[in-house]
Design a protein around this ligand. Structure first.
Ligand code: AMP
Length: 112
């Protein structure tokens, strides 16, 4: 499959790893939008949030648990961070392998 994140998971494309287990892989975003910008990707190729099913509920809970762990490890748990799944064209999704952005380390732009 011609998917850049599948290739990163397989180690065919280099990345700066942050976390790895049997279900997910996390690495630094190559074009950071905040001082801390990390992506968590499920190892299973899932195109976007639209494609998660109830069978993925445990996987989704795990992704958020890993996000919490990473935020703590990177020292942004208390200062605050943003978790984003861009979904589809209008949201700016550019890689069609679902991924959770962890953004923090500074005051982020107001979305309100
Ligand atoms: P999205 O726009 O939500 O699909 O996010 C895709 C993200 O992947 C962007 O923030 C890119 O900077 C990031 N990205 C693309 N290619 C790579 C790569 N080879 N290594 C790390 N991050 C990447």
């Amino acid at each position: 499959m011609d998917c850049i994140f599948c290739k990163i998971i397989e180690g065919e494309i280099p990345s700066k790893a942050v976390y790895n287990d049997e279900l997910v892989f996390a690495f630094y975003d190559v074009s950071p939008k905040a001082p801390v910008h990390i992506l968590i990707v499920p190892k299973k190729h899932i195109v976007s949030v639209n494609d998660f099913t109830v069978d993925d509920n445990a996987l989704l809970a795990h992704i958020f648990d890993v996000a919490k762990q990473i935020a703590k490890r990177k020292g942004i748990s208390e200062s605050g961070y943003r978790l984003i799944f861009n979904t589809g064209k209008d949201a700016g999704q550019t890689v069609f392998h679902a991924h959770l952005h962890i953004l923090g380390g500074d005051t982020l732009c107001d979305l309100g």
